[in-house]
Design a protein around this ligand. Structure first.
Ligand SMILES: C[S@@+](CC[C@H](N)C(=O)[O-])C[C@H]1O[C@@H](n2cnc3c(N)ncnc32)[C@H](O)[C@@H]1O
Length: 309
């Protein structure tokens, strides 16, 4: 039987997913792209539907029964036939949509995805890559501590990695102003060297365990900094500038974990994205909180266990 995989593009980035896929898709249902073959690690997929199945249904009741017979937890991808889809979903066991308090780990219960491709046809994948409905993690937000919403990206990166800095961790934050990421690591108890050409928000700058240096991220050499548990980089620049810098850090052997944002201008630089994706031990993802950017996660070699989780 032909193997099929479904890839859900982040909102607004279907074109990037199709470009990354390369081959012609079998079908496109709004943001859901069906393609031949086993799952590939596509950065522009916010959720991967493994081996989706087609179910013919004559009624709402029959649809719900067929899904319940496959497994317990289902997330609806609701792009059309909203009322009928909702009536089916209402007959399925309730799946909590409560925001996640960071750093609580992501749920581990399997969460399937389903959608109505027409009134009589369900497409359902019991096994998906994300534990969150349609890959969309929502956090209990902190409206008081961080100076902007960038902290949500780092929370999401740490949640995906299932590891994060803790007391005693030594972290470097490149492109740190106004200080959202620095705040995240400081709040986790880490010591943070925070570098930007622009200043930190004063409320962040006066927190303990933060050493701010006004400098260019590209002027900093690994040997000047020394051993690091985490290198986090959110510098606004062309990804082609980031690649040699990240390679220098990897070659130095001084860093144990890396989180690095690749920000794109009008055009997505797929070639540089592919070069990041090819670095052994890392993975390139579009976080739910990313805009026209990708995040490269490198948890270091041979380290499956969380550091401070
Ligand atoms: C998206 S902001 C970072 C937001 C930060 N992660 C936070 O959570 O608040 C990007 C930052 O990159 C900085 N930047 C741009 N070029 C830089 C360079 N060459 N060296 C250091 N920082 C740079 C900008 O000053 C800006 O503060």
């Amino acid at each position: 039987m032909q193997e099929i995989t479904g890839y859900l593009a982040p909102e607004g980035f279907l074109g990037d997913l199709l470009a990354e896929l390369g081959a012609a898709p079998l079908a496109v249902h709004d943001r859901l792209v069906l393609a031949e073959g086993p799952a590939r690690p596509l950065a522009w997929a916010e959720n991967v539907w493994h081996a989706p199945q087609t179910l013919k249904i004559a009624s709402i009741k029959e649809g719900a029964k067929a899904l319940r017979a496959m497994q317990r937890n289902w997330a609806l991808y609701d792009f059309q036939l909203h009322r009928r889809a909702r009536l089916i979903q209402d007959q399925l066991p309730h799946v909590s949509a409560k925001p996640l308090p960071f750093p609580q780990p992501a749920p581990t219960a399997p969460l399937g995805s389903w959608t109505l491709i027409d009134a009589e046809t369900i497409l359902a994948a019991p096994h998906c890559s994300s534990p969150f409905p349609n890959g969309a993690v929502q956090f209990v937000e902190d409206k008081a501590g961080p100076p902007n919403r960038a902290y949500l990206k780092l929370w999401e990166a740490f949640t995906q990695l299932r590891r994060y800095p803790g007391p005693g961790s030594r972290c470097l934050d490149l492109g740190s102003s106004p200080g959202g990421w620095t705040w995240v690591m400081q709040q986790l108890g880490a010591d943070v060297v925070s570098i930007d050409k622009a200043p930190l928000d004063p409320a962040i700058a006066r927190l303990p365990r933060i050493e701010y240096r006004r400098d260019s991220a590209f002027a900093v050499k690994p040997a000047d900094i020394g051993a690091l548990d985490w290198l986090c980089c959110d510098v606004i620049c062309y990804p082609t500038r980031l690649l040699p810098m990240i390679r220098a850090w990897l070659e130095s052997g001084l860093v144990r974990n890396i989180v690095c944002t690749l920000k794109f201008q009008a055009e997505t630089d797929h070639a540089t994205a592919a070069a990041f994706a090819a670095i052994p031990g890392g993975r390139l993802v579009h976080l739910h909180h990313n805009k026209h950017e990708l995040t490269w996660l490198w948890p270091g070699p041979d380290r499956a266990a969380p550091e401070a989780a």
